[in-house]
Design a protein around this ligand. Structure first.
Ligand SMILES: NC(=O)c1ccc[n+]([C@@H]2O[C@H](COP(=O)([O-])OP(=O)(O)OC[C@H]3O[C@@H](n4cnc5c(N)ncnc54)[C@H](O)[C@@H]3O)[C@@H](O)[C@H]2O)c1
Length: 356
């Protein structure tokens, strides 16, 4: 047992953490409300097996803070939050229902100060179940009255982000002929690979699931790359769309691309890596800016009354935001990550010391 609940909460700069334990299912529930400066704390709920419950709390605290800057940079009238269901093992169907119901009651008890949505291992149908007992939920399926799967919109936002990034790095947003490696062919990466192929890019693909690679090779004519070789593969743009933490010091020194621009959350193993990327001449699209399409989709369609045309306009805006960040980063000789964080803090009206 390395982590301690009290120390984690004490060192956090957010507003409130609600901790609950459901003894029937041995599930720890953490609702981390980082900031309500711009609106209710909002962010998905992930269900995971952690090495210890406090690791789940640590994950939630970190992710909730990231949601605060993501919401601010996306111009949403919402703050940052995150829900974590730290389970002893992945639950069977009946246990899952029990966990979700218990969690729905917990979120309902917060009276709308936290709004939830799907995240790792939670789905549109879990959100529909939550909605039976709790109104503070996004991204049910369209049939159930929600806005449905956000992954395609996230992919569209990433495409605009890649175009902005090539515009800044190479002087053109034209993707034709550029080698673009998509790491992870799930909901976002799979759709992104299709969009990039349509745009004329030379698409390379990698996934730990070989079936997904085979499908992309067959249907898109993409070039396969071994999942273990992604970082050292020669390409123009690397689009991480799988897991977080892919950019550590060793990876940055091994990269053979000019741009990193993809959907994965928390791509930097630590914030200082952004400086290392800059020093190596690699343009990095801050993840919390380029992957905001999912938030724009869920919040825009369900809460702000946008139609599809408005959603598409906002998704294009991700590219405009990135271009501004890149220019400001160059002017200030800062990393793109630090520049985006600074812009988020300006929108939040904080100096970065505390988000409250
Ligand atoms: N879905 C959204 O709307 C959305 C929004 C914002 C950010 N994101 C982030 O984007 C990323 C992808 O999301 P998704 O919804 O497509 O997830 P997903 O689970 O549908 O797909 C992830 C894919 O990555 C593959 N993968 C896992 N580890 C890998 C590795 N080491 N190398 C290569 N492939 C690997 C998996 O096999 C899977 O195909 C995640 O980090 C997610 O947090 C998603």
């Amino acid at each position: 047992m390395g982590l301690d609940f009290a120390a984690l909460v004490r060192e956090w700069d957010g507003e409130q953490v609600v901790i609950s334990h459901d003894s029937t299912t041995a599930t720890w529930m953490f609702v981390c409300q980082h900031s309500s400066r711009l609106g209710p704390a909002t962010g998905g709920t992930r269900l995971r097996v952690y090495p210890e419950p406090a690791a789940g709390l640590a994950d939630g605290l970190r992710l909730a803070a990231a949601m605060t800057v993501k919401m601010a940079m996306a111009g949403m009238p919402l703050g940052g939050g995150k829900g974590v269901l730290a389970v002893a093992q992945l639950p069977d169907a009946a246990t899952r229902e029990r966990i979700i119901d218990r969690y729905a009651d917990l979120v309902a008890s917060l009276g709308g100060s936290y709004l939830t949505a799907p995240d790792m291992n939670t789905s549109e149908s879990d959100m529909a179940r939550i909605a039976r007992r709790c109104p503070y939920v996004f991204s049910r399926s369209v049939a159930q009255g929600g806005s449905g799967n956000s992954a395609p919109a996230t992919a569209v936002g990433v495409l605009h982000g890649i175009r902005a990034s090539t515009q800044h790095a190479f002087g053109s947003s034209e993707l034709s002929g550029l080698g673009i490696l998509v790491q992870g062919l799930g909901g976002v990466g799979g759709h992104l690979a299709e969009l990039l192929t349509e745009a004329g890019a030379r698409v390379l693909v990698a996934d730990v699931d070989p079936d997904r690679v085979v499908r992309a090779v067959r249907t898109l004519g993409a070039a396969p790359v071994d999942a273990a070789d992604v970082i050292g593969t020669d390409c123009d743009v690397l689009a991480p769309c799988a897991v977080g933490g892919v950019l550590d010091a060793a990876a940055v020194d091994t990269l053979r691309c000019r741009v990193v621009a993809g959907a994965a959350n928390n791509q930097l193993a630590e914030p200082s890596i952004a400086r290392r990327l800059r020093d190596r001449g690699v343009l990095y699209a801050p993840d919390f800016v380029i992957n905001a399409g999912g938030v724009l989709h869920g919040v825009g369609l369900e809460q702000l009354g946008w139609d599809d045309a408005e959603l598409q306009r906002r998704l294009r805006g991700i590219g405009d935001t990135l271009l501004t960040i890149y220019r400001e980063a160059d002017d200030a000789q800062l990393s793109t990550h630090d520049t985006a964080e600074r812009a988020a803090r300006q929108r939040l009206g904080t100096n970065g010391a505390d988000q409250r």
